[in-house]
Design a protein around this ligand. Structure first.
Ligand code: 4AD
Ligand code: MG
Length: 480
């Protein structure tokens, strides 16, 4: 008897062997064909049952969504589409799914909108789309660890609860141990954090970078891969309040080295899914092609999903300084009626997503690494250039996604870092431990942060970031 996952059995050539498969019924046709899915692959195992052999009770309980066990013989499939099928000898119902209730859920076999699927996030993983997306997400996570482990990076777990705001953007969720019925207050009514269990204000981390830097300055090359939180009230298809970030940090590495590693890393993980997720990618590619058909010509994807991934893997990213990018934007001829209507007037302005999209999708038509941004639109820790007004920052922009990576060479000079913090009103006492790294054996070092969900979006072609994480946390959605 072979007991195996459908993914393995579909590849098997051990015909006429006895097999046992367990999974959920996707469809049941003519009282004869059960399509069984066990999550191991997008493909169902077709099981052929002889309904005359089954009791009436069993037969009526083979319904869409039910969990069942089938034992039978693995045979070469007569139909097209798959090599093998199971000639069932016995069907055991493991968990019923009442059709009267199923019909009100997204398990009912018809097309449901992605919005509808989001309302039943606990069941959507049983659909083909979410099965494919979540398997791909898992493979990408594995590829991320593989890349860094193969290249001598150490995996570091940075704190989730922290006292510092790494990005200085003030987009933090507070953490407190207060008794909510009895919050200690100062005379002016504000919360008295001194009374808190931690004795200070704490928040959920927005980035593990600062702690990561301290570890890079000891372990040489590290990476983090964990949840990060941003209390930004943005309802866009690219933002979550809780998202996963990959943050490598390298000692003795400058901005050019940082860009090289980021590009090499992204190419590796995308190549990994091209090589290892063929069935899921084929499904997602067809899905995107179908979606495209419903769109006006101008909004359709220029390339198929796999061609898009191959293009990124095989071509160099274009490296452009912020100043060059501004010149390009200034001399562009935006179509006021269409997307790219906002022209940059001044050097020093932050780029809006429409500018980023113009550069990537219209001008260069490939991934772009923008570097050397104006100091005053970037975080305090970035290395100041000799011109005194730009910093060694880099953002990687992807077609259809926008910013997928943000990183920089770090300011390693204690005096310059202190001046920067002073100018931004960042309390040195809060970051004494961070400043210590610049006192004791400071060195040139760099790192970046990659938004994992944005990477999954790119690799799956999913338009909305809420559809690439099991339980999206957004301002209007934290029910599950
Ligand atoms: O550009 P960010 O804010 O950079 C940092 O946090 C640095 N400390 C990283 C570093 O140098 N170690 O965020 C990095 C990336 C962005 O490029 C984007 O891909 C993603 O994180 N990101 C988000 N993804 C989903 N939802 C959000 N609200 C995100 N905010 C940032
Ligand atoms: Mg950024």
């Amino acid at each position: 008897m072979i007991t195996g996952k459908v993914a393995e059995l579909l590849e098997s050539t051990q015909y006429l062997q006895e097999v046992e498969v367990k999974g959920w019924v996707r469809s049941f046709r003519s009282n004869r064909f059960i399509a069984l899915n066990d999550g191991s692959t997008i493909n169902n195992m077709q099981c052929v049952v002889d309904y005359e052999q089954l009791s009436e009770n069993t037969l009526k309980r083979i319904t869409v969504g039910a969990a069942i066990k089938i034992t039978g013989t693995l045979v070469e499939s007569q139909g097209s589409g798959q090599k093998v099928e199971v000639q069932a000898n016995a069907v055991e119902i493991l968990g019923d799914a009442d059709p009267e209730e199923v019909k009100y859920t997204i398990l009912s076999p018809k097309r449901h909108s992605l919005e509808k699927l989001r309302e039943q996030a606990h069941l959507r993983v049983r659909t083909n789309t979410f099965g494919a997306v979540m398997r791909l997400r898992s493979k990408l996570a594995f590829a991320i660890h593989s890349y860094f482990q193969q290249n001598n990076f150490h995996y570091v777990n940075t704190p989730i609860i922290t006292g510092s705001d790494a990005e200085g953007a003030g987009e933090m969720f507070k953490v407190t141990s207060f008794d909510l019925d009895n919050i200690p207050r100062k005379e002016d009514g504000s919360i008295d954090y001194k009374e808190d269990f931690f004795g200070k204000e704490t928040n959920l981390t927005v980035s593990g970078q600062l702690e990561g830097e301290t570890y890079a300055l000891g372990l040489g090359q590290i990476y983090t891969f964990g949840p990060t939180f941003r209390a930004e009230n943005s309802n866009t298809s690219r933002h979550l309040a809780e998202f996963w970030m990959v943050e490598p940090e390298m000692a003795f590495c400058d901005l050019a080295g940082n860009m090289d590693i980021a590009e090499d890393f992204i190419k590796y993980v995308l190549k990994y899914v091209l090589d290892n997720c063929k069935d899921d990618l084929a499904f997602l590619e067809e899905r995107q092609a179908n979606e495209d058909k419903a769109k006006p010509e101008a909004e359709r994807s220029a390339m198929s999903l796999t061609d898009k991934l191959k293009f990124v893997v095989e071509n160099n990213f274009k490296r452009v300084s912020y100043t060059e990018a501004i010149d390009i934007l200034k001399s562009s001829k935006p179509n006021k009626k269409k997307k790219f209507s906002y022209i940059i007037e001044e050097w020093g302005a932050d780029l809006q997503s429409e500018h980023e999209r113009y550069l990537v999708e219209k001008h260069f038509k490939c991934p772009v690494i923008l570097f050397d941004y104006p100091a005053n639109i970037k975080a305090f820790y970035m290395r100041l250039n000799e011109d005194g007004k730009t910093v060694r920052a880099m953002d990687i922009l992807f077609p259809g996604i926008g910013e997928i990576v943000g990183g920089s060479q770090r300011e390693e000079r204690l005096d310059v870092l202190k001046q920067k913090m002073q100018a931004l009103d960042i309390d040195e006492k809060e970051l004494w431990w961070y400043l210590d790294t610049r006192k004791f054996g400071t060195c040139v070092h760099s790192g970046f942060g990659l938004g994992f969900e944005r990477l999954v979006q790119f690799a799956t072609g999913m338009g909305n970031i809420r559809d690439v994480i099991p339980y999206p946390r957004t301002p209007l959605n934290a029910e599950f």
